[in-house]
Ligand binder design. Structure first.
Ligand SMILES: NC(=O)c1ccc[n+]([C@@H]2O[C@H](COP(=O)([O-])OP(=O)(O)OC[C@H]3O[C@@H](n4cnc5c(N)ncnc54)[C@H](O)[C@@H]3O)[C@@H](O)[C@H]2O)c1
Length: 440
């Protein structure tokens, strides 16, 4: 199959590279000249484990190309995937569909022969109808179908998620489009990945329902963690205790500083707006969204409490800035709210992230970026683990103690054993677990 992918970001580039790896002939298109220049020079503009190898391999085999000009690739394509951003619209929080509409217009101008236009971006229900209208208005003569194929990959595990998905959802309105989609995903179907065909609107809403459910699950365990702290119970043991029930499942039950990232915050908000527009109120999702937004800032109080009630004039060192490990994505990361709250409370902030520094730098002011965890901890009154990169799981506590002004460890991801840390002479705070006895 000949495939064009419009938008070469986290989703578009991974999808394009994996489609090429399946044997399809793929062109990834992006408006951002610097992104395409980098890709053409063999550099990957984002951090995603394993992506570099797949891109390099498929470029070498001639199956993956890059362009800023959309027309040639779309003209030749059997299927064109729209993988552009759908951020929150300024003002009301609904999904901003500007990029999707622009992409649809660009595609309309270039379609030749029967083409399936596939929306991979996360878009509100009914957007497929709009994409169809835009193309039909501009090109009454064109032969095309519009399909919804929402993406469920997770940054940091994107390649394996794309190649071994739990399911593939395809929303289509005609059999001709279904046949093309079957052919594109045939290599995965052979691997037994469930390929679910639904109506276009159902597919669009399935994506939002999935993200909203996961956001609710995280928010639920975070609130249980708060209660644990008041009553002396342990949220990790509760998560295990309930997660072993198959009806609940153990994933997404890790208490922490609140969810962030490029999807959950904006998608929960957009879904509640869609509901409101349709006279429905999704109160559970609304609550999760509000609780989480507050949590990202109020969690800084935990740090302040660990420092004796005030951080004014103190130096706080943060480990991990990205919204989760194994990505450089800083969109809506909890670290941004935590930094702001600590600075508002009078603290000086030092920070270290293995991959996110370049993306974080323009988003914060007056933060000293360190070279490694120990450099970060130098002279600090507290060290805060914000994102659980593997590199932070086995820190040399003795070395940290020597470099810090006060040995205080605030573990917002519950990756340390409180008793062990206390034994090394640290005051230790985590989320929803009984406070360990303070060390020597
Ligand atoms: N990032 C994720 O983990 C993830 C997972 C599932 C779904 N999604 C959804 O996928 C979509 C894309 O997300 P992303 O994280 O890849 O975004 P991104 O911002 O990383 O990439 C979008 C790219 O599209 C390009 N672009 C915008 N308009 C264009 C146009 N008209 N022509 C060509 N290129 C254009 C931008 O320059 C950018 O490089 C969003 O709707 C998102 O909600 C994201």
């Amino acid at each position: 199959m000949r495939v064009a992918v419009v938008g070469a970001g986290y989703v578009g580039l991974v999808s394009g590279a994996c489609f090429a790896d399946f044997g399809h002939d793929v062109c990834c298109i992006d408006l951002d000249q610097s992104k395409i220049d980098a890709l053409m020079a063999g550099r990957i503009p984002i951090f995603e484990p394993g992506l570099q190898e797949i891109v390099a391999n498929n470029v070498r085999l001639g199956r993956l190309t890059f362009a800023t000009e959309i027309a040639p690739a779309v003209r030749a394509a059997d299927a064109v995937f729209i993988a552009v951003g759908t951020p929150s619209r300024r003002g009301d929080g609904f999904a901003d569909l500007t990029y999707v509409r622009d992409a649809a217009r660009d595609i309309a101008g270039a379609i030749e022969g029967y083409t399936v236009v596939v929306t991979k971006s996360t878009v509100p229900v009914g957007t497929g109808d709009e994409v169809e209208r835009i193309i039909r208005d501009l090109r009454p003569d064109a032969e095309f179908s519009v399909v919804s194929n929402p993406e469920f990959l997770r940054e940091g595990a994107a390649i394996s998620d794309f190649k071994r998905p739990d399911r593939i959802i395809v929303g289509r309105e005609d059999e001709r489009a279904e046949a093309v989609m079957r052919e594109i995903y045939r290599p995965l179907y052979l691997n037994q990945a469930p390929l679910l065909f639904t109506s276009r609107r159902t597919a669009e809403l399935t994506k939002y329902a999935a993200n909203a459910f996961l956001a609710v699950k995280i928010t639920f365990i975070n609130e249980i963690a708060d209660l644990c702290e008041q009553v002396g119970a342990n949220v990790q043991e509760i998560a295990r205790g309930i997660g072993l029930d198959n009806r609940i499942g153990s994933k997404f039950l890790h208490a922490g500083p609140g969810y962030g990232g490029s999807c959950f915050p904006k998608d929960t908000l957009a879904l509640t707006k869609t509901a409101q527009d349709n006279g429905i109120s999704l109160r559970i999702v609304e609550a999760a969204s509000q609780v989480n937004e507050q949590r990202k800032r109020t969690i800084a109080r935990k740090v302040i409490k660990a420092c004796g009630g005030s951080v004014r004039g103190m130096t706080i060192a943060l480990l991990g800035l990205t919204f989760k490990p194994n990505t450089d994505d800083m969109r809506d990361a909890p670290s941004l709210s935590i930094i702001a709250a600590l600075q508002d409370a009078g603290a000086k902030v030092r920070a270290y992230d293995p991959e996110g520094t370049d993306q974080a730098r323009p988003l914060v002011d007056d933060v000293h970026f360190a070279q490694d965890p120990y450099d970060c901890a130098e002279g600090a009154d507290a060290l805060v683990i914000v994102t659980e990169w593997d590199a932070f799981r086995a820190l040399d506590l003795e070395r940290l103690k020597q470099t810090m002004r006060t040995p205080v460890l605030v573990d917002l991801r519950n990756i340390y054993d409180g008793a062990e840390v206390a034994q090394q002479g640290f005051a230790y705070e985590s989320i929803g677990r009984p406070v360990a006895p303070t060390g020597a």
